[in-house]
Design a protein around this ligand. Structure first.
Ligand code: SF4
Length: 374
């Protein structure tokens, strides 16, 4: 990549060229792409081509948008907003009413078959869909209208993926997710409550770079993000294997960081990369299990918002031991990494290293500059 492009990137994104190339390498690693993909990603981000995006809000709390835009993430927010052309977003647009609806229709007409449709929130289907209307249209009608000429559709968050919280029994508004309603277009689901912003960014960058969506699992989720169980990469997994569990909130085991399985953790039956890429910019442990709360399985249809927190998870691969081995905790060393669980944690951290680098981009820039290394 030549200097002119890298100079333009520095100006456009406000990050150093080194950090930019680190980001591209990191995203390629996070998505499990082969060597050389980072160059293609860099070219795609540097390109002035910005895919138009229509972003719909239905039954939701706007948490998915908030997680993308929180103040601690200026680099990520900038990247997302600079690599896409956000042509319609009810929360972020200054315009309202007829003006914003006209902007949506104009963008769709000008970009037939080329725009990315992002849907946040569930779609209510009961009673003709009257429980969510925007600009006089039901959510379902607006979804169908926007999906008709979309190149691809991203269902962001658990609500858009399968109904999420609004569809919790008895589901009074008949809420459901985009994949149930759209069958003739590619739909990628990025569930989570909220979803991790790096998974969204990586999916968009993949689309931008290769003009197609990343490989998906049977539930329409990107394999790079949802290919592994949380339980495989959890920092408490060694405690699980050693039979050391918190029995109730606040007890000695809980305070010592033992496994949360008996408190209802759904990590053994939930697929996501949360323990590898974490949330926020506050360093290690910044995910629910890291802060002492059991995973509620928000990325897994049928588990999140459906299975009660007191119900034990059914481990996908192994059953917890009926009797527990005696474990001697060594002062200052904690649990040994000699178990398969430890290896799983290491593998998971390697897979998540890309996002970790990306997460620290802004911080890295500041550090580099202050150290006079740039
Ligand atoms: Fe971690 Fe939950 Fe698995 Fe325990 S049960 S190791 S807390 S994911």
């Amino acid at each position: 990549m030549n200097d002119d492009i890298l100079n333009a990137i520095e100006t456009k994104l406000g990050v150093s060229r080194r950090s930019f190339l680190q980001l591209c390498t990191a995203m390629a690693a996070t998505m499990g792409l082969p060597k050389g993909a980072e160059a293609a990603i860099a070219q795609a981000i540097a390109s002035p081509r910005r895919p138009p995006v229509i972003w719909l809000h239905f039954q939701e709390c706007t948490g998915c948008t908030e997680t993308l835009l929180r103040a601690e993430h200026p680099t990520l927010e900038r990247l997302i907003l600079d690599i896409i052309s956000l042509d319609y977003h009810e929360t972020l647009f200054a315009a309202a009413g007829h003006q914003i609806e006209a902007a949506r229709k104009a963008s769709m007409a000008a970009n037939k078959g080329k725009y990315l449709l992002v849907v946040e929130g569930a779609t209510p289907m009961k009673d003709g869909g009257i429980y969510c209307k925007i600009a006089g249209q039901t959510a379902h009608d607006m979804l169908m209208e926007c999906a008709a000429d979309a190149a691809a559709i991203v269902a962001i968050g658990s609500c858009a993926s399968w109904g999420g919280m609004p569809s919790t029994s008895p589901n009074p508004t008949g809420s459901t997710g985009v994949p149930v309603l759209i069958k003739d277009k590619p739909v990628v689901s990025i569930p989570g409550c909220p979803p991790n912003p790096y998974n969204f960014l990586s999916t968009v960058v993949h689309f931008l770079t290769f003009n197609k969506l990343p490989d998906l699992d049977a539930k329409g989720r990107p394999k790079f993000a949802y290919g592994r169980l949380i339980h495989e990469n959890c920092e408490r997994r060694a405690h699980f294997d050693a039979g050391r569990f918190a029995q109730e909130f606040g007890d000695e085991g809980h305070r010592k960081g033992y496994c949360l399985y008996k408190l209802g953790c759904k990590g053994p039956e939930t697929h996501a990369n949360c323990p590898a890429i974490l949330f926020g910019d506050v360093g290690s442990g910044s995910w629910p299990v890291g802060t002492g709360h059991p995973c509620i399985g928000c990325t897994e249809q049928g588990i999140g918002f459906q299975k009660p927190i007191y119900a034990l998870a059914e481990p996908e691969y192994i059953v917890p031991p009926a009797s527990y081995p005696h474990v001697v905790e060594q002062q200052g060393e904690g649990v040994t990494f000699g178990s398969a669980a430890g290896l799983a944690v290491i593998a998971g951290l390697a897979a998540g290293a890309g996002a970790a680098i990306a997460r620290n981009l802004g911080k890295g820039d500041r550090d580099d500059h202050s150290a006079g290394k740039e």
